[in-house]
Design a protein around this ligand. Structure first.
Ligand code: GDP
Ligand code: IMO
Ligand code: MG
Length: 422
């Protein structure tokens, strides 16, 4: 058996949570492999809505095993809030959620350091979700981190040592903070974690494969936020791309099967950083309002713009995408014309390859296609799709050389059209 991977091809919020939930019945195990509670994955079904941050999106469809892999950074405080919230709604995960002992812990001082770093950067701040992601991955690669497995072994001592180091750094920043409330939450969060099955997930996941179980790995963030290949330094601190799934689960590259690349029919971004096709006009406003483009984790309005094919081609290449999933075509139902950036102009030159830096003078070169100008949200079969949308899909498939096998036409689980692989 192989591991299929589903990951974002843009700047996050492509609809990963929704589609992982839709695909879950086909799998035995769902895993997260990187990122942490900077993620906000929204699922809607039976008139209910859930936003997951730490927990994989495979928890609502049968008794699947869900695994938090070693590449994830886990905040015990947010984790407990999430577990408690789900328990109140009748979902108990103590038996079905397994957590890697090698996942790193986000401590309260990581969150404070994140805030201090952003304040010190001023205008060049990343626009971080302030969940402590950067400082936690820095401690991981700097070999100072505390891992989930440590909650079973001298956690308090290890915490005291790292906290002291962090407090020295915070003094350097001259940053004011109050740890008291956070530390109470941390204690409860650590206790909550101890109730779960903490495992060497790389062994368990490889055993599942050997025993014929199917695994779907759920990415967080998106390719353009990848620490190596994204719009650096305006990125997150983990490898969001397909190779990150191998590292974040302990799975060999040849054991990766399908790579589902998910993208919106347009583009959004939260936080700072370049965004070549960003719209500052009425059209951008329409996308934000129709698509309800506000961050699932922070509530910040998302920046909106037309689809960027230069960036999308790059993402398809880096990830080796084998199937594409397009979401939110319904949001563009109010446009007469739809634009797609097929190249950039910069310094008098036209470029078609995603460049090292995205300079300020970068101007997208657009191709215009006719809009579908209708409501897609009630459609449930490929044959009902309007001709203009089929044309849009055909154009993208030709350009990207990968089939679009799923088209999502609304936030609900049921608003999903599965197309045949060409
Ligand atoms: P994720 O981070 O990739 O899981 O995406 P988010 O959940 O942060 O953001 C996607 C938003 O779009 C959520 O509010 C989803 O409920 C919603 N959504 C997903 N697919 C569609 C779709 O096809 N159409 C519309 N209108 N909304 C969608
Ligand atoms: P999901 O999984 C969209 C963005 C932040 C910021 C940058 C760095 O829901 O798609 P960080 O908190 O990681 O230090 O922030 O990355 N960002 C996301 N944007 N969706 C996400 O996750 C994101 N996670 C981080 O806004 O610009
Ligand atoms: Mg999100």
């Amino acid at each position: 058996m192989k591991v299929d991977v589903l990951l974002g091809l843009q700047w996050g919020d492509e609809g990963k949570g929704k589609v992982v939930d839709v695909l879950t019945p086909e799998y035995d195990v769902i895993t997260r492999f990187q990122g942490g509670p900077n993620a906000g994955h929204t699922l809607e079904f039976d008139n209910k809505k859930f936003v997951l941050h730490n927990i994989p999106s495979g928890i609502f469809q049968g008794n699947k095993i869900n695994v938090i892999g070693n590449g994830v950074v886990l905040d015990p405080i947010i984790f407990k809030q999430e577990i408690d919230g789900l328990r109140e709604k009748g979902v108990d995960l103590t038996k079905s959620l397994l957590i890697s002992k090698k996942a790193h812990l986000i401590l309260p001082t990581h969150r404070i350091l994140d805030a201090a770093s952003e304040v010190s950067k001023g205008k060049t701040r990343i626009g971080s979700t302030l969940k402590g992601i950067g400082p936690t991955y820095m401690d991981k690669t700097g070999r100072n981190g505390i891992r989930v497995g440590d909650v079973l072994n001298n956690f308090e001592e290890k915490y005291a040592v790292l906290k002291e180091k962090h407090e020295r750094l915070l003094k350097m920043y001259g940053f004011d903070y109050d740890l008291n409330e956070y530390e109470k939450g941390l204690k409860e969060g650590i206790e909550a974690l101890r109730e779960f099955t903490l495992i060497d997930s790389e062994n368990e996941l490889n055993r599942y494969l050997k025993n014929g179980k199917s695994i779907l790995a759920e990415g967080a963030q998106g390719t353009l936020l990848d620490i190596d290949f994204g719009s650096y330094p305006y990125v997150t601190s983990s490898n969001t791309v397909c190779a990150g799934a191998c590292i974040g689960m302990g799975i060999a590259p040849h054991k990766i099967g399908e790579v589902y690349g998910i993208f919106k029919a347009y583009c959004t971004r939260v936080g700072s950083g370049p965004f070549p096709t960003e719209l500052f006009d009425e059209d951008g406003e329409k996308m934000r309002n129709n698509g309800y483009e506000f961050g699932s984790t922070t509530g910040r309005p998302r920046r909106c713009g037309w689809l960027d094919l230069v960036a999308l081609k790059y993402s398809v290449m880096i990830n080796g995408v084998t199937q594409l999933i397009m979401t939110k075509g319904d949001v563009l139902g109010c446009f007469d014309k739809i634009k797609i950036a097929t190249a950039y102009k910069t310094g008098g030159e036209t470029i078609e390859e995603f460049p090292y830096n995205l300079p300020d003078d970068l101007e997208p070169v657009y191709k215009e296609l006719p809009g579908w100008n209708c409501d897609l949200t009630g459609l449930n079969s490929e044959k009902d799709l309007p001709e203009e949308l089929k044309n849009y899909i055909r154009f993208l498939e030709d350009e990207l050389e990968v089939p679009i096998t799923i088209v999502s036409v609304g936030p609900d689980r049921g608003q999903t059209i599965i197309r045949k692989k060409n």
